[in-house]
Design a protein around this ligand. Sequence first.
Ligand code: NAI
Length: 381
Amino acid sequence: MTQVVYFIEGDGIGPEIWAAARPVLDAAVKKASAGARKIEWREILAGEKALNETGEYLPQETIDTLRQAEFAIKGPLTTPVGGGFRSLNVALRQILDLYACIRPIRYYPGIVSPVRNPEKVDMIVFRENTEDVYAGIEYESGSQEAKRLISFLREELGANVDLSAGVGIKPMTEHGSKRLVRKAIQYALAQGKPSVTLVHKGNIMKFTEGAFARWGYELAAAEFGGQTTNEADEAPGSRLVIKDRIADNMFQQALMKPELYSVLATPNLNGDYLSDALAAQVGGLGIAPGMNCSDQLAFFEATHGTAPKHAGKDTANPGSILLSGAMMLEQMGLPEAAALVQNAMVKTIASKHVPRDLAAQMEGAVTVGCREFGELLLAAI
Ligand code: NAI
C-alpha cells in the first residue's frame, strides 16, 4: 500500500534537514512493513522556493492541494518581510484551520538537560491554535481604535481602563475549546494514556481560561462519559482521568512531579510557553517534533526556524523534522516504523556522534554534519 505525503522543503536549512531525514523515514517504513507499505512523497511549494518559481510565497495551488490532503510535512519557512503575511506559518494555520498544535516531549539519553531526572518527562501538549490572544485583535496605545474601544469599555460597560492603554482582545469559544479537548481525549484513549490535564488560568480569567476548563470537563462527560473519570474518583480503574491545573502550578508540577502528567490540553498562550519550557527541560528544544492539525489534515513540521547562519553549511540538526516524521508514521498506522526512527535516534545520540548543536552540550562528543548524522541514523535502522 502506498500513502501520499505532501512535503514543503522549507527555507534556510530546510532542504538539508529534509534531505537527511527523508531516507530515514523511507527505510523505517520499508523495514517495519517488510516492503508492504511505501510513502509517495509529492512536493508542494511555499516560501522562498515558491517565490522563485511562481512569484508567490504561498501559491494557491499549494493551498488547494493541502485542503484535500491527509498528511503533509514541512521544513521551516522564512517570515517574508513586507510579503503581506504576518508569518507564513500563521497564514497556513489560519487558512487550513489547523486548530490543534501537538508537541510530544520525551527525553533522549545522552542529551544534557538542566534537571536531575529528565527521563521522568513523558508528556504531549495539545495546544489550541486559533483563538486566545493570538487572534491578533490588538490596538496600539494612543491609536484611534484603542481610544474608541476604551471609551466603549468605560462608558458602556463601566470598565476602569486607562485611556492611554494599549489593548488586546482574548476571544475563546466553546466550540474552539471543545474541539481541542476532544482531540486530546481521543488521543489519550487511543494510546492508553492515564490522564488528560486541562491547563488554564481560570482563577483570574474566569470567562475565557476558566470556561476552557469547564467546557473541557463538560465535553469529557458528554462524549466520553463511560471512558473517563475525574481526580476525585478513588478507583478510576482503566478509565482516563480528566484533571485540571492552574497554569502557574502546572509549570511547578512539570519540574517537581512530571511523572504525574501525560496528555496536557491548553489554550493557545499557555501551550506556547509550556511546550517550549518542557522541551527545554529535557534539553531537546532543538530536536522537538510537532504537528498542527485540522479534522482532515495532519501537518507535521520542524518546530525551529530556518537557522540562516547554518544554511548550506551542513551543520544543522535534522532531528526535529525527523522526529516529526516519526510522529507522522505513528498516525499513519505505522507505529513500528515510528519506533524504529525513535530507537535510531536514541542509539545515535548515545553513540555521541551528533550535530554541532548537540555536541556543544555533550562531553566527549564527536561533531558530525547534517548529512552524516542522517547516514548514521539510516545505518541504525
Ligand atoms: P531559529 O529557530 O531559526 O534559530 C534559533 C537558534 O537555533 C539559532 O541559533 C539557530 O542557528 C539554532 N537552530 C535552529 N534550528 C537548528 C537546527 N536544526 N540545527 C542547529 N541549530 C539550529 O529562529 P530565528 O533565528 O528566530 O528565526 C529565523 C527565521 O526562521 C525567521 O525568518 C523566522 O521567522 C523563521 N521561523 C520559522 C519557523 C517555522 O517555520 N516554523 C519557526 C521559527 C522561526
